[in-house]
Ligand binder design. Structure first.
Ligand code: G6P
Length: 583
């Protein structure tokens, strides 16, 4: 993960780099650092959030600087391991997003030649290697060093005495922003889109050399290459919580608008229009909540359109032999469009000749550039735990199913989804008191059947992510195949029951749980099955053909108020990052 940024200008860039780091903080937030270039290199580092670094750089000035916000891969979050990392003698400083797989071998190579290391990171190896290859030409040293790297990287490199930034990438994202009397590098466009809308996207292993007034690109033989900048309008990041105590709560309540915007994008005059051809079979690849969106899509698309859908974790799909099959397309689902495994899964599918699409929120993200994008209109999502990103992903996936369905009445259900969602979000008054009752529980079990099963999985993931409570979801029918052994008196079991065809079966599961002393909290749109009477607590879900998805919104509220009661850092939960850019 991690975010990198750099700026070289004819004025001081320290605050620019710190501001950029704040915009990249979603990529990792355990520590951050900056390298300021003058006759020497000064590094300033801080453990914790970027605001801790901001305090430390007050009064500092430099016309060239690189910065980094870290999500620890190699070594704990302390100042030694925090980037930028230095070569021996401290002439070069390096910031890195990615993972160097052969770092141990390279470290041995350098140790044998007398180099000493102060950190546990793979990045320090890169800085030392550049120093090792330096014979008076920085560009050549960088190219020689990166030739020896195996793995993924986006690097920003500076050298003492040079008012320049060198940058190079392989697999990981890196963008170059061009301005008037300044030039920049960054992990993504939104980090610097408030300063420029002129960007160049370097290809793998192309070297970039930036100074305040010029930007040069070189191929791997260090021959100059010409690149044409693109002018891109990037949606501006909002740092405003809009009166809510957390971005997550704000984003939960933005869902009806996000859903309506997404629907209006694809439903014109009662007709669904999507840039997707007809296929006999679809493969969905995704990670985290986006994987759950894929599972919800599978149940729906297979039911309404009869198209077989396989859903796979991107991290598994990318290493699998995929039996070749004509008429099959792959669809990635991703809020950020930068998840490393999802990108690799798409590249793997494309290498097998499959058509590739992505349901993606971030415009101009890597995924949106390597496959045909079906954009969600969630807007900027800042809380690490996704809410509106997830819901709009499911909506776009449902539209794929509906566009192939004979049952046009479902279109009416989806068009009214925003209205039903508002009703569901009004359940806070019922849900919040439950949270004060259950926030001390060490374990919460979730279950559901059909569409309610992936919905329960998403609800459990939300709770786990932000409240650190152990939460697992089971298909209700699986209860008797093992998980019932976890039920002891007082264990809370959240039951989703929105499918009339399995209402009485789920009632049976509720009774089984209660017979063993479990406490049942049912979220349901069904009436007449005795579910409410059989449960300890009952939260109504608005009746809708998409009620399972509505219950996810209610479970987001449940997770939020549990985490609030526990005093957790809701928008930036420990150990997580919004965009997982390493495998
Ligand atoms: C991280 C985030 C999750 C997200 C997952 C996939 O784990 O914390 O909220 O669902 O990545 O991210 P993507 O951007 O590909 O949807």
């Amino acid at each position: 993960m991690c975010g990198i940024i750099g700026c070289t200008a004819n004025h001081s860039v320290v605050q620019t780099v710190v501001d950029g780091l704040k915009r990249l903080e979603y990529r990792g937030y355990d520590s951050s650092g900056i390298a300021l270039v003058s006759d020497g290199i000064k590094t300033i580092k801080a453990v914790g959030r970027v605001k801790a670094l901001e305090q430390k750089v007050l009064g500092e000035r430099a016309t060239t600087a690189i910065g980094h916000t870290r999500w620890a891969t190699h070594g704990i979050a302390n100042e030694q391991n925090c980037h930028p990392h230095l070569s021996s003698g401290g002439d070069f400083a390096v910031v890195h997003n990615g993972i160097i797989e052969n770092f141990a071998e390279l470290k041995d190579f350098l140790l044998q030649r007398g180099f000493e290391f102060y950190s546990e990171t793979d990045t320090e190896v890169i800085a030392k290697l550049i120093g090792y290859y330096y014979r008076g030409d920085t560009a050549r040293a960088v190219v020689k060093a990166t030739r020896r790297l195996v793995g993924s990287f986006a690097l920003g490199i500076v050298r003492s005495g040079e008012n320049k930034i060198y940058a190079i990438r392989r697999e990981n994202p890196l963008i170059i922003g061009l301005g008037e009397n300044f030039n920049m590098i960054a992990s993504d466009m939104p980090a610097i889109s408030h300063l420029t809308n002129k960007f160049v996207l370097p290809e793998c292993d192309e070297l970039v050399e930036l100074c305040a007034e010029s930007c040069n690109f070189y191929n791997t033989n260090l021959e100059p290459i010409k690149k044409t900048p693109q002018t891109v309008r990037v949606e501006q990041n909002t740092f405003d919580k809009g009166g809510y105590s957390h971005y997550m709560l704000k984003e939960i309540y933005e869902q009806p608008t996000a859903v309506d915007k997404t629907l209006r994008k694809y439903i014109v005059d009662g007709h669904i229009s999507l840039p997707l051809k007809n296929y006999e079979r679809l493969s969905i690849v995704a990670c985290g909540s986006a994987f759950h969106a894929g599972l919800m899509a599978k149940y729906f698309i297979e039911r309404v359109a009869g198209i077989p859908v396989d859903v796979e974790l991107a991290s598994e799909f990318r290493y699998r032999q995929i039996p070749s099959q004509n008429g099959r397309a792959v669809i990635a689902i991703s809020q950020s469009g930068e998840t490393a495994d999802t990108i690799s899964a798409i590249n793997h599918a494309k290498a097998q000749g499959m058509d590739a699409y992505c349901i993606v929120n971030q415009k101009n993200s890597t995924l949106s550039r390597i496959c045909t994008p079906l954009y969600t209109e969630a807007g900027v999502e800042r809380a690490v735990a996704t809410t509106k990103g997830f819901l709009t992903q499911v909506i776009v996936a449902y539209l794929i199913g509906l566009s192939h369905s004979m049952d046009k009445s479902l279109l009416y259900g989806i068009e009214n989804f925003g209205r039903d969602l508002k009703t569901a979000l009004n359940s806070t008054d019922l849900i919040q008191p439950l949270c004060s009752r259950f926030y001390t529980c060490p374990y919460v079990m979730f279950m559901g059947r059909g569409d309610d099963f992936p919905a329960a999985r998403e609800g459990a993931l939300k709770l786990k992510e932000i409240s650190y409570i152990c939460a697992e979801a089971y298909a209700a029918g699986e209860l008797k195949h093992g998980s019932i052994s976890l039920i002891t008196p007082g264990v809370p079991v959240i039951v989703l029951a929105n499918d009339p065809s399995t209402g009485s079966k789920t009632l049976g599961n509720i009774i089984e749980v209660r017979s063993r002393g479990g406490t049942v909290i049912t979220f349901s749109s069904l009436s007449g099955y005795g579910l409410k009477e059989a449960s300890d607590y009952f939260v109504p879900v608005p009746p809708s053909p998409l009620a399972s998805l509505l219950s996810v919104a209610e479970l987001q509220i449940f997770a939020y108020y549990i985490a609030l009661a526990k005093g957790c850092d809701i928008d930036k939960p420990r150990n997580l990052a919004k965009s997982v850019t390493v495998e």
